[in-house]
Design a protein around this ligand. Structure first.
Ligand code: AP5
Ligand code: MG
Length: 214
């Protein structure tokens, strides 16, 4: 099964993708994570992307399309993939269709996580992850069972994203409404779009997604 998780910053794309990885053996392809890895490694892509990401704007379509096309050629995507954060523009959605056809791949569902804008800033600003294994947490909504200790790997080090501040989130939200939301009708027209209430609790959102995937 190959799917897209679509939604604004803080909608829960990463949270739900990680759960599908664990539960179904699918692989999460997060363009945001790929870019952050490139920034951390100081590669040419990372140098080009850093400033754009910190301002809350979108990295160029050409770079992103090339990145995903290469990633889809790797063997670990064969058991099913979850696109998280791609496509984000009409040009990316059209390029994805072309590359899937060329690679002989099918998209099963596009799952839109719908969340009120007002809830998103609070979600994003409170988010942090384990510095060792990447498990996601939230100051209010998803605390570790033992304070300061990762549930998954026991690490006591955590980190926050450079773009997770109220100001950048506002720009990211604007970019979502201006450039990404217009691709929703594109997937509605081909019958692949399913909309889930992303305002529900994390477990409930997972149940709704599982019900769609069957
Ligand atoms: P990216 O990393 O994709 O960020 P984003 O789209 O802004 O989304 P987030 O990762 O912030 O949110 P999420 O939906 O994953 O939420 P999460 O599950 O963590 O992109 C970053 C940047 O890279 C972009 O701004 C752009 O510059 C660039 N970029 C990336 N892809 C690109 C592309 N294709 N083209 C061009 N540029 C690109 O949840 C958030 C928090 O809320 C967590 O703490 C979680 O615990 C909590 N939470 C989740 N679900 C719930 C719930 N149901 N109830 C309560 N809390 C919840
Ligand atoms: Mg994410």
């Amino acid at each position: 099964m190959n799917i897209i998780l679509l939604g604004p910053p803080g909608a829960g794309k990463g949270t739900q993708a990680k759960r599908l990885e664990t539960g179904r053996g699918m692989i999460q392809l997060s363009t945001g994570d790929m870019l952050r890895a490139a920034v951390a490694a100081g590669t040419e892509l990372g140098k080009q992307a850093k400033e754009v990401m910190d301002s809350g704007n979108l990295v160029s379509d050409d770079l992103m399309i090339g990145l995903i096309s290469e990633r889809l050629d790797q063997d670990d995507t064969k058991g099913g993939f979850i696109l998280d954060g791609f496509p984000r523009t009409t040009a990316q959605a059209e390029a994805l269709d072309v590359m899937l056809e060329q690679k002989g791949l099918e998209l099963d569902y596009v799952i839109e996580l719908r969340v009120d804008d007002a809830a998103l800033v609070r979600r994003v600003v409170g988010r942090y992850t384990c510095a060792k294994c990447g498990q996601g947490y939230h100051d209010e909504f998803q605390k570790p069972k033992v304070e300061g200790v990762c549930d998954v790997c026991g690490s006591t080090e955590f980190k926050r994203r450079a773009d997770d501040n109220a100001e950048t989130v506002t720009s990211r939200l604007e970019a979502y409404h201006r450039q990404t939301a217009p691709i929703i009708p594109y997937y509605e027209n081909d019958g692949k779009l399913k909309t889930v209430d992303g305002m529900a609790e994390i477990d409930e959102v997972t149940r709704e997604i599982e019900a769609i995937l069957g």
